[in-house]
Design a protein around this ligand. Structure first.
Ligand code: GLU
Length: 436
């Protein structure tokens, strides 16, 4: 992952005409800190390893999430902090990039232990974080409650209120309205902004897009992943006029009236909030088909995660794991547009295959930037001691992301590169020349 992130930055830098020295300097993280974190037990301390990588702060304080996962490593947080620098720069917000993590399986810990671990991590990092230094947020397996514990520990040590030190807090503890939905909502905003451009390109090449552009059809969407990001993407996409016809979680997914081999087939839309209600009741999505208030296993068809990726839909949204589209299945993808809502869902080798097949990829650093954009709004509210309405948050996010999507589109046209390369070019230029 680190190699891939570095390669794209290098390519973008080269295309912009920067010297190897300038790019190498940009790639070098400012610092990667390794800390011991522990929880007390009856027989002594149980020790874990934690990291915080602070990649770049030329545009503003470091910003990025903290993940709790057994696969966390120095390389992983470093790569992800580099991508945070890129993401903040693409979104045009005044933050640099950081990422943190603890090597731990949080499912093995009690709530009390999780709190002790979170507080211990903050004690270890206290000297290097703060509202004007480094502002962490939730990431994989961390949530608003964990941010609340972390902020409380920070404020105790600082001896003062400092709510802007963490974002993604619970709303009643200074979190921003709209933060929970922000990543999913941002993805739909970016998709719509680029569709107004892509639709015109696809119109004469593709019968569905011709119909959609004429207002005679809706675009169909399949979403892999039904966590916070996937769920809100699906829900908001329906509100914005898309037909979400397939969703899945780690155990599998559902479609209604699936004809898996018929490329011309239009699937029937799902009622996303009802499907979520069913998942909550049954524990998994596979087996949850809901319509008109009734959840009926017989109406829907259960599909695997692999099948979902290969469905004949217009738009595919991998919103769960890394590397789910690989060189093995890239030639089977039937969607015309892939929106990367997860971080890195398309393996490096799969990109050229999709590109050759004329499939557009909306890159993760743009598509899932809504989360950090609303984190920025939360930071502003914390610094000023004000509270914005949800409507204000959503409108400001929309303006920012539409502007970012347009900048990426124009770069792609100007330099004849993919949207991914264009996003990195926009970001690298803004990182090397912060005033640009
Ligand atoms: N963890 C999220 C991301 O990777 C949010 C980071 C933030 O809000 O600082 O974009």
């Amino acid at each position: 992952m680190l190699e891939t992130a570095r390669n794209i930055v290098q390519e973008a830098g080269k295309k912009l005409g920067y010297s190897a020295q300038v790019i190498d300097t940009l790639l070098q993280p400012n610092r990667v800190i390794e800390v011991k974190v522990s929880i007390p037990t009856k027989t002594g301390e149980r020790v874990f390893t934690g990291y915080r990588s602070q990649h770049n702060n030329r545009r503003g304080p470091y910003k990025g999430g903290i993940r709790f996962h057994p696969q966390v490593s120095r390389e992983e947080v470093l790569a992800l902090s580099t991508l945070m620098s890129i993401k903040c720069a693409v979104a045009g917000i005044p933050f640099g990039g950081a990422k943190g993590g603890i090597i731990v399986d949080p499912k093995e810990l009690s709530k009390k232990e999780l709190e002790q671990l979170s507080r211990s991590y903050v004690r270890a990092l206290f000297p290097v974080i703060g509202p004007r230094v480094d502002v962490p947020a939730p990431d994989v397996n961390t949530n608003p409650l964990i941010m609340q514990w972390m902020l409380d520990e920070y404020e105790k040590l600082a001896g003062q209120a400092a709510p802007a030190t963490f974002t993604g807090k619970p709303v009643e503890k200074g979190g921003s309205l709209g933060r929970t939905e922000a990543t999913g909502r941002g993805g739909v905003i970016v998709l719509k902004a680029l569709l107004s451009k892509l639709g015109k390109e696809l119109k004469n090449k593709n019968p569905t897009f011709t119909k959609v552009m004429a207002g005679n059809a809706k675009l169909t969407v399949a979403v892999q992943g039904f966590g916070n990001v996937g769920y809100y993407f699906a829900k908001i996409a329906v509100e914005e006029g898309f037909d979400v016809v397939a969703v899945s979680d780690s155990k599998g997914g559902i479609v209604k009236n699936a004809k898996l081999n018929n490329a011309g087939k239009h699937f029937e839309p799902l009622d996303i909030p009802l499907v979520m209600g069913c998942k909550k009741k049954q524990g998994t999505l596979a087996g949850c088909y809901c319509s008109g208030g009734v959840c009926d296993i017989n109406e829907g068809k259960v599909i695997t995660n692999e099948q979902l990726l290969e469905l004949p839909v217009d738009i595919l949204v991998p919103a769960a794991l890394e590397n789910v589209i690989t060189e093995k299945n890239a030639h089977k993808i039937q969607a015309k547009i892939v929106v990367e809502m997860a971080n890195g869902p398309i393996a490096k080798e799969a990109y050229p295959i999709l590109q050759k097949r004329g499939i557009y990829v909306i890159p993760d650093v743009l598509a899932n930037a809504g989360g950090v954009v609303v984190s920025y709004f939360e930071w502003v509210q914390g610094m000023k001691g004000t509270v914005w309405s949800e409507a204000k948050v959503n409108k400001k996010m929309q303006d920012l992301l539409e502007e970012s999507a347009l900048a990426v589109w124009e770069q792609a046209k100007k330099s004849h590169v993919s949207l991914k390369e264009a996003a990195f070019m926009v970001a690298v230029r803004r990182l090397v020349e912060p005033k640009s």
